[in-house]
Design a protein around this ligand. Structure first.
Ligand SMILES: [Zn+2]
Ligand SMILES: [Zn+2]
Ligand SMILES: [Zn+2]
Ligand SMILES: [Zn+2]
Length: 407
């Protein structure tokens, strides 16, 4: 377990790494490499895929049938615009012009997002967020080319690029809007406010375990609980609620047991990925997300995601879900039984819970089904608010864990 923990906290670590568990020194050495040697190891640790030509979305021709969305156009265009694509920055009023101008100056030069994690800069001072930086390094490694700054083409590596703590600190002071009360707080204290302090934050009745369905803003909770009828119900009446609760706990236990089993597999790989928004070429454009190609188990893969399973008008619905699928891009002659799941990873603030999926990849079956990306209950109880928060970002960062069963 300790190798897993140490690797997850190391921002210095290359984005796509084989994760041999216990007994393999290579990975622990990798996780503890200092920044001066990391570039050397990152160019050789790509899992045997050096030299494979790739058509990633960042360069070369874009895959047919889609176009990369201009993030600015996405928030202003309306008819097919997916409704929730407005960013906090765009919504800022006139009195926040300074904050807006500062955030424009501090944003990542690649994805134009304001960093919520580490911020790097090239030797000429161009800023790149941690997710974009590792993405560029991975792209370079996969193409067997030196990674360069998209702005000035100077070479970038773990040893030539540096963190920019001033930008990170300044960004964490910029105002962000609370999603419940719409007041502004410095980004660094927003999470505490939304979870513990906001009077408007959605709250459950304390008797929800015995079946009370009430949900409401925090400031109405005391009043509701004083009048709640559930404490007066008989044991017989609350049994159904308790049983439903037990089923949930059982499911959770099963998931954790599966996870422990998977962790003893011989072949485990994780990749830190970024999905970018695209639109289909159809008459009614549909929004979807896709990662660049990445390598795992000597094959090339892609993750695709869509909103509300590409229903016709997702912006007309309040409920929002993200589903994703894993696609095998290279030919395999031997069937591969893959368990996989997405988790938050080091460059993301997505609140995703764990749900493990499985697909048997064969020559003829190269795409898994679309599976739910389980986001936590929002106000609507379906993960919609967290989903909207993800859609407002210019990319979705996550870590994909994959387990290959040896037959
Ligand atoms: Zn970025
Ligand atoms: Zn540069
Ligand atoms: Zn609030
Ligand atoms: Zn109640």
């Amino acid at each position: 377990m300790s190798t897993v923990e140490s690797s997850s906290s190391a921002v210095q670590q290359p984005p796509s790494s084989t994760l041999p568990l216990l007994g393999d020194n290579q990975h622990s050495a990798l996780a503890s490499t200092s920044s001066s040697t990391a570039s050397a190891s990152s160019s050789s640790s790509g899992g045997g895929v050096v030299g494979v030509p790739l058509d990633t979305q960042n360069s070369g021709e874009p895959p047919a049938k889609k176009q990369l969305l201009d993030p600015n156009a996405a928030s202003s265009s309306s008819p097919g615009g997916g409704g929730g694509l407005s960013s906090a920055a765009a919504a800022s009023g006139t009195h926040e012009k300074l904050a807006y101008r500062i955030s424009t100056a501090l944003c990542c030069a690649v994805c134009l997002d304001l960093p919520k994690t580490a911020m790097y800069q090239c030797q000429m001072g161009h800023l790149m967020c941690a997710a974009c930086f590792t993405h560029l390094l991975a792209d370079g490694r996969l193409r067997d080319q030196i990674a360069t700054c998209p702005n000035c083409r100077v070479e970038i590596s773990k040893s030539t690029a540096s963190r920019n703590l001033a930008v990170e600190k300044a960004a964490s002071e910029l105002p962000s809007e609370c999603q419940f009360c719409n007041k502004e707080f410095p980004y660094k204290s927003l999470e505490r406010h939304e979870q513990h302090e906001c009077q408007e934050r959605p709250t459950k009745c304390k008797y929800h375990r015995i079946g009370c369905q009430w949900r409401g803003p925090f400031h109405e909770t005391t009043e509701h609980e004083r009048n709640c009828l559930h404490p007066q119900k008989s044991g017989y009446e609350v049994m159904a609620a308790l049983e439903a609760h037990d089923v949930m706990i059982k499911e959770e236990k099963k998931m954790f047991n599966t996870l422990i089993d998977l962790l003893s597999y011989e072949k485990i790989i994780f990749n830190d990925l970024q999905m970018k928004p695209y639109r289909t070429d159809e008459y009614v454009h549909k929004l979807f997300y896709e990662t660049a190609r990445f390598s795992a188990f000597n094959q090339q893969w892609v993750v695709k995601a869509r909103i509300n399973n590409s229903q016709r008008d997702p912006h007309q619905s309040n409920e929002r879900t993200i589903t994703y699928q894993l696609i095998l891009k290279t030919k395999t002659s031997t069937p591969m039984s893959i368990h996989f799941f997405a988790l938050k990873g080091p460059f993301s603030d997505m609140k995703v819970s764990t749900q493990i999926y499985k697909h048997d990849f064969t020559e003829t079956s190269t795409e898994s089904d679309y599976y739910v990306l389980p986001l936590p209950d929002g106000t609507g109880g379906t993960g919609s608010s967290e989903c909207n928060r993800m859609l407002a970002n210019k990319g979705i960062n996550f870590r994909l864990l994959m387990f290959l069963l040896n037959k």
